[in-house]
Design a binder for this molecule. Structure first.
Ligand SMILES: Cc1ncc(COP(=O)(O)O)c(C=O)c1O
Length: 345
């Protein structure tokens, strides 16, 4: 190591392992086989509608949440396999897949927020998400405050008790990889805390373990990894995902079985790809420093961006702080009515 190199930070627990559980690499290879356990590879259920044994069975399927053998906008076995794999990787109870990352983001925002609600998000955002928050939300009477998410305490300071329904963070953020302190975000009580973790994938960070309620991905990117799937996904508690499903079936941005199959195939190699990408990025960053005359070329980099790279990957389980009031009907035979309301901290 050159004399000018800063000391390497103490290495965090490997993000590729989750202590006491299956290695994430193992989960990535095995998850999502429940509905067709005899098939090693994902099975493509390219059907919109399923055969029902009786009128009663059809009625039952039509009036249950996320049935996977009724009508593919409601649920589909191939899509469910992809959802199960993401839920398991994220340490979530359930997941819902969408036709794209924007489908997922819009599904969360419009599925949870109503006129009069307030959202806190960040200035460092993927442009599509920013446009949705900036130009679409106000049309529906949803107010949005954008904070500098790299400022400690910025999200908490912008929360309006009783009005803020959603905190929407993105980390590492597109395009400059700005980081948000997940533990700090996870500790905020009241609103539903959502993290777009597209750039990290669960191999690098698992926001639910830091107190987030929902994690969102554009699986079009790292999760899918082969440029052959336009796909989004949201993972979290069963209760929140069921709620989002009730809006998603009306939104209609459901994932196609073909893309879900490709997405699941991509997940099988997620760990290998992330390790290679990280190694390549590390060498490139070292090269840039060398070309800038900042350091001898050692092939290693100790700081990629900002102090927050010291964040630990420790597992800090926290229960989500919001609840659907008992009086609100969870969709079954009914479509969503009423509003998502947060319990006051
Ligand atoms: C962080 C992030 N979230 C969401 C999206 C939207 O994803 P999609 O293009 O799959 O709709 C993108 C797309 O680039 C993104 O980078």
């Amino acid at each position: 190591m050159a004399d000018s190199e800063p000391a390497a930070p103490a290495s965090p627990a490997s993000p590729l392992s989750s202590p006491g559980e299956l290695q994430l690499d193992t989960i990535a290879i095995r998850a999502g086989r429940t509905s067709t356990p005899e098939a090693l590879a994902p099975v493509l259920w390219a059907t919109t509608t399923f055969v029902s044994e009786s009128v009663e069975a059809a009625h039952r399927a039509a009036t249950s949440v996320a049935d996977t053998r009724f009508y593919s906008r409601y649920g589909n076995p191939t899509v469910a396999a992809f959802e199960d794999a993401v839920a398991e990787l994220e340490g979530a109870e359930a997941a819902r897949a969408y036709a794209s990352g924007m489908g997922a983001v819009a599904g969360v925002v419009l599925g949870l927020c109503s006129s009069g609600d307030h959202i806190v998000s960040q200035r460092q955002l993927y442009a599509g998400t920013q446009l949705l928050l900036q130009s679409v939300c106000p049309r529906f009477g949803i107010e949005v405050t954008f904070v500098d998410a790299t400022e400690p305490g910025a999200f908490a300071a912008a929360v309006r008790p009783g009005r803020t329904t959603l905190l929407l963070a993105e980390t590492p953020a597109n395009p400059k990889l700005d980081l948000v302190d997940l533990d700090e975000l996870g500790a905020i009580k009241g609103p539903v805390k959502v993290v777009d973790s597209t750039f990290a994938t669960p191999m690098i960070q698992r926001p639910l373990a830091h107190g987030a309620d929902l994690v969102v991905h554009s699986a079009t990117k790292g999760l899918g990894g082969h440029n052959d799937a336009s796909l989004g996904v949201v993972a979290g508690s069963r209760e929140l995902i069921d709620w989002l499903w009730s809006f998603a079936v009306l939104q209609g941005a459901n994932a196609s079985p073909f893309d879900a199959m490709n997405g699941l195939r991509g997940i099988r190699t997620l760990g290998v790809r992330i390790r290679q990408q990280s190694a390549s990025a590390q060498r490139l960053a070292a090269l840039v420093r060398y070309l800038n005359g900042e350091a001898a070329f050692t092939g290693r980099v100790y700081r990629l961006y900002y102090d927050l790279d010291q964040l630990t990957y420790g597992v800090i389980p926290r229960w989500w702080r919001c609840a659907i009031p008992a009086s609100t009907p969870i969709p079954s035979a009914t479509w969503p009515s009423g509003r998502w309301r947060c319990r006051e901290a």
